[in-house]
Design a protein around this ligand. Structure first.
Ligand code: HEM
Ligand SMILES: *[C@@H]1O[C@H](CO)[C@@H](O)[C@H](O)[C@H]1NC(C)=O
Ligand SMILES: *[C@@H]1O[C@H](CO)[C@@H](O)[C@H](O)[C@H]1NC(C)=O
Ligand SMILES: *[C@@H]1O[C@H](CO)[C@@H](O)[C@H](O)[C@H]1NC(C)=O
Ligand SMILES: *[C@@H]1O[C@H](CO)[C@@H](O)[C@H](O)[C@H]1NC(C)=O
Ligand SMILES: *[C@@H]1O[C@H](CO)[C@@H](O)[C@H](O)[C@H]1NC(C)=O
Length: 499
C-alpha cells in the first residue's frame, strides 16, 4: 500500500517537473507529461503541411520567440529577423543537438560535421574548408568540374527532348549531375549519368530525406518508440538505409587505401590526416570519415537540386522573367560558352536566382542549433542544452520588410542602375559560424546549370499540364513533380562530343 502511494507520488512529481518551465522562459503551446506538445504539433503539421508554417502559426499566438516541448526535447522556436540573427550569430547557440537519432546514424557516437559541436566541430570544419579551398572552391578547377556535369546534362536534354516535343520530368532532373559533382570532389571519381551505383546512392539520399526532419524526427523526440513501433516510427527503414549508405561509402574508402596516394580528393586527404594524427587525440578516424561523407552528401545534394527545380518552375510560371534572362544572356554571352566570370555581367539572372532562394525556401528552418550554456535571447532566459529552431522562412517572408513577399519579383534585388542590392534579410545559407559550408559550391552549381540551360533552351509548359503549387517537405522543401518542354534555341556545337 505504502509502496503504491510512493510510486504514485513519484509519478506525480515527475509529471509536474516534466511540464513546468523555468523563470523568464518563452511561453508556448500547452504541454503534457511524456509527449509534451507533440500531439498538437502533429495535428497542426497535418493541417498546414509544413513545420515552418506550424511555427508561423504558433508565433502569431505566442510571439516571435516561443517554446515547445517535442516529446522529451525542450525546444525554443525563433522567428523574425532580430531574433533569428541573434541566434545564428551568438556563440552560446553554436551547439548542435545530441540525441538518440544523431548517434544512431553515426555508429552510436557523435561524429560527422553537421551534428557535432565543440573542439571536434572546429577541427572538422577547418579541415573541410581548407580542403575544399584547395580543391578550388570557387575557382577554375571547380568551374571545370561543374562544367563537365552541365555539358553532360545538356547533351542528355537534347537527346531526350526530341527537339522540344517531348516533356521532360524536372523533378530529379538535376539529382545525378549535382551528386556526381559532389562525389567527384569527395572521392575524385565520377559516374556516367545512368550509372546504377549512382542511381542507388541517389535513391538512398531521397528516401532518407523524405523520412526525416530537422529535429531528428520522432525517433529523437521519443527514442523509446523504436521498441513499440519499429516499423511505423521509421526505425527499421532508417536502419536499412544507413546500412546501405555505409556499405557504399566503406567500399569507396577501402578502394582509396589501395590507390596511389597522390590524388587530391577529400577521402585521400582525410586518410593522410588519419595517418598523421595516429598518436594524437585528434578527431580523425575512419568512422569519422564515413559520417563526414554522409553529412556532406545529405547537406549538399538535395538542397542544390531542389533549388534548381524551383528555378525551372518559376521560369515556366513567368514567361516575361524568362524572356529577360534570355535577352541578358544573348547580350552578355551570345553563342560562346558561358563562364563563371560572366556572373558579374548577368545581374538580372543573379536577381532571379536570389529571388528563387528567397521565395522557395529550400531550407526553411536552419539546421537545429543548441544552447551550450545558460544564456539570454531578447528578454528571455534560455537554459543550457535547449534545442533552437530558427525560421529562415519567417525572415524571407516578412511582410513589413519585403512588402509583397508572396510575389515572385526578381526586381526587388536590383537598384535603379540594375546592380544587385545586398539585403541583410536574405539569408538562404544561414549566417554566423554555423552557416552553410557549401555556399560557394551551391551558388556556382546553380549559376552554371541555369545559365547554360537557358542559353540553349526555351522552357515551355507542356500543353494541358498544370504547374504544381504544393511543395513536398522532408528535411528540405522541394517542388511536387512537374514536367517541361526544353526547346532548343540554337544549334548545340558539340553534341557529338560525349555519349
Ligand atoms: C542551395 C543549396 C544549399 C542551401 C540552401 C543550404 C543551406 C544551408 C543552411 C540553411 C544551413 C544551416 C545553417 C545553420 O544551421 O545555421 C546549412 C548548413 C550546412 N550546409 Fe548547406 N546549403 C546548400 C548547399 C550545400 C552544399 C552543396 C554543401 C556541401 C558541400 C552543404 C554543406 C553544408 C554543411 C556541411 C552544413 C553544416 C555546417 C555546420 O554545421 O557547421 N550545403 N546549409
Ligand atoms: C562584363 O563585365 C566586365 C567587367 O566586370 C566588363 O569589362 C565587360 O565589358 C562586360 N561585358 C559585357 C558584355 O557586358
Ligand atoms: C551544458 O549542458 C551540457 C550537456 O548537458 C553539459 O555537458 C555542459 O557541461 C553544460 N554547460 C554548462 C556551462 O553548464
Ligand atoms: C512575372 O514577373 C514580373 C516581373 O517580376 C511581374 O511583374 C509579373 O507580375 C509576373 N507575372 C506573373 C504571371 O506572375
Ligand atoms: C546601385 O548599386 C551599385 C552597387 O551596389 C551602386 O554603386 C550604385 O550607386 C547604385 N545605384 C543607385 C542608383 O542606387
Ligand atoms: C554586396 O556583397 C558582395 C558580396 O558579399 C560584395 O562583393 C559587394 O561589394 C557588396 N555590395 C555592396 C553595395 O555592399
Amino acid at each position: 500500500m505504502l509502496f503504491a502511494v510512493v510510486i504514485i507520488f513519484v509519478l506525480i512529481i515527475f509529471c509536474i517537473l516534466d511540464i513546468i518551465t523555468p523563470h523568464k522562459y518563452p511561453i508556448g503551446p500547452k504541454r503534457f507529461p511524456l509527449v509534451g506538445s507533440y500531439l498538437e504539433i502533429r495535428k497542426l503539421r497535418q493541417k498546414l503541411g509544413f513545420y515552418h508554417l506550424v511555427w508561423d502559426h504558433l508565433s502569431q499566438q505566442f510571439g516571435q520567440v516561443f517554446s515547445v516541448k517535442l516529446g522529451r526535447i525542450e525546444a525554443v522556436v525563433v522567428t523574425g529577423y532580430d531574433a533569428v540573427r541573434q541566434v545564428l550569430c551568438k556563440d552560446d547557440f553554436d551547439g548542435r543537438p545530441d540525441g538518440f537519432f544523431f548517434r544512431f546514424r553515426a555508429f552510436y557516437k557523435r561524429l560527422g560535421i553537421v551534428f557535432v559541436d565543440g573542439p571536434m566541430w572546429t577541427e572538422q570544419r577547418k579541415f573541410c574548408m581548407q580542403h575544399l579551398r584547395k580543391m578550388g572552391f570557387g575557382s577554375i578547377s571547380m568551374e571545370k568540374l561543374i562544367n563537365e556535369e552541365v555539358n553532360n546534362l545538356l547533351l542528355d536534354l537534347i537527346r531526350r527532348s526530341d527537339n522540344g516535343n517531348k516533356p521532360i520530368d524536372v523533378n530529379g532532373l538535376f539529382d545525378v549531375s549535382v551528386l556526381n559533382g559532389l562525389w567527384a570532389m569527395l572521392a575524385g571519381q565520377r559516374f556516367g549519368l545512368y550509372d546504377s551505383k549512382l542511381a542507388k546512392l541517389m535513391e538512398l539520399t531521397h528516401v532518407s530525406f523524405r523520412m526525416l526532419d530537422m529535429s531528428g524526427g520522432i525517433l529523437n523526440q521519443m527514442p523509446f518508440i523504436r521498441f513499440l513501433a519499429p516499423k511505423c516510427s521509421g526505425y527499421r527503414d532508417i536502419k536499412h538505409i544507413l546500412h546501405e549508405f555505409y556499405t557504399f561509402l566503406k567500399a569507396s574508402v577501402e578502394d582509396h587505401k589501395h590507390r596511389v596516394n597522390d590524388e587530391e580528393d577529400l577521402i585521400c586527404a582525410f586518410l593522410k590526416e588519419i595517418e598523421k594524427n595516429k598518436e594524437s587525440t585528434k578527431s580523425f578516424s575512419e568512422e569519422q570519415l564515413l559520417v563526414l561523407l554522409l553529412d556532406l552528401f545529405l547537406a549538399g545534394s538535395e538542397t542544390t537540386s531542389s533549388t534548381l527545380s524551383f528555378v525551372i518552375l518559376h521560369l515556366l510560371r513567368n514567361q516575361s522573367v524568362q524572356d529577360k534572362v534570355h535577352a541578358e544572356l544573348d547580350a552578355a554571352v551570345g553563342d560562346r560558352e558561358v563562364l563563371l566570370s560572366d556572373k558579374n555581367n548577368l545581374t538580372y539572372l543573379e536577381a532571379v536566382l536570389m529571388e528563387v532562394q528567397r521565395h522557395s525556401n529550400v531550407a526553411p528552418i536552419a539546421i537545429a542549433h543548441r544552447s551550450i550554456r545558460k544564456t539570454s535571447l531578447q528578454e528571455y532566459k534560455i537554459p543550457n542544452d535547449t534545442l533552437i529552431l530558427a525560421s529562415i522562412w519567417s525572415v524571407h517572408m516578412d511582410k513589413q520588410h519585403w512588402g509583397d513577399p508572396e510575389n515572385f519579383r526578381p526586381e526587388r534585388f536590383l537598384n535603379e542602375t540594375g546592380q544587385i542590392i545586398n539585403d541583410s534579410w536574405f539569408i538562404p545559407f544561414g549566417i554566423g559560424r554555423r552557416r552553410c559550408l557549401g555556399e560557394v559550391l551551391a551558388k556556382t552549381n546553380v549559376f552554371m546549370f541555369v545559365a547554360k540551360i537557358l542559353q540553349n533552351f526555351e522552357l515551355k509548359v507542356p500543353e494541358g499540364v498544370q504547374l504544381p503549387d504544393i511543395h513536398q517537405e522532408g528535411v528540405t522543401v522541394s517542388p511536387s513533380p512537374f514536367s517541361a518542354l526544353f526547346i532548343p534555341r540554337r544549334s548545340f556545337p558539340n553534341s557529338d562530343k560525349r555519349f
